[in-house]
Design a protein around this ligand. Sequence first.
Ligand code: SF4
Length: 272
Amino acid sequence: MPKRVQSPSSINLYKQCPRRYFYQYILKYPTKENIHTVRGNVVHEALEKFFDIDVASAKIGKENYTKEFSMYMKRLFDACWSNASPRFQRLGLQSESLEHYQSDSMQMLANWLNHFFADIKTELDKDILFDVAFQKLKPVALEKSYVDNDLMVRGFIDVVHQEGEDIILIDYKTSKSSELKDEYMLQLGIYAMLYEKEHGKYPKKVGLWFLKDRLITINVTPKLIKDALFEVEQIHIATDSASIGEYPKKESGLCKFSTGQCDFYDLCMKQR
Ligand code: SF4
């Protein structure tokens, strides 16, 4: 079979359960949205749009930036949340539960904003103009899609930052835990590989912005790249078949959990 384009998500899904990968990526059965994906999209959208602001036109400066940016972020979040309301309605959550996620999501953005204020202050302490400080902290690219047609892998990078000559790639996470799990290391390694393929040099660092907590970055090392490359090669070998028998079930707590179940649970259990 021809190779499929893989991604950090598809590789991690295969590692969780090959059968689930088969349903989702080989048979292309649709998956359902859940509160975590929809609210994650809303938070990502607000963060992406945040940097569209023209601070000079909005008359934002040293004296009023905390108040103005806080109000601006709240307006952005409310608009993005409201745009997603048909998706939220389809989830059928109770209103208290939805309100909890709404407030929790806004708190994540407030946390991110507090760190951003600290970064702005650090720049302003160097006695530079407010506009210059803002531009220095503004990412050079947002929501950037990369594909490597040789390795047949793609990635979607939330933020590309430049600090002097150094590039730092960052992905936003709305998860509870701020632990750099193996699945995240794989994602970061793939991002670094994709960036190098497109731009001819590796980023200096890659990291995850855990929005409930803080930004964690790591240096891009030969091991990070080697491990990611190995996983990409392995997934192509493991998915070189369209036969269900080659994709064993891997039952775990992800089959059924307190707030839901695997999208393919009923189908999968019938095929025992
Ligand atoms: S129900 Fe469990 S075993 Fe079946 S596809 Fe989903 S995760 Fe895999």
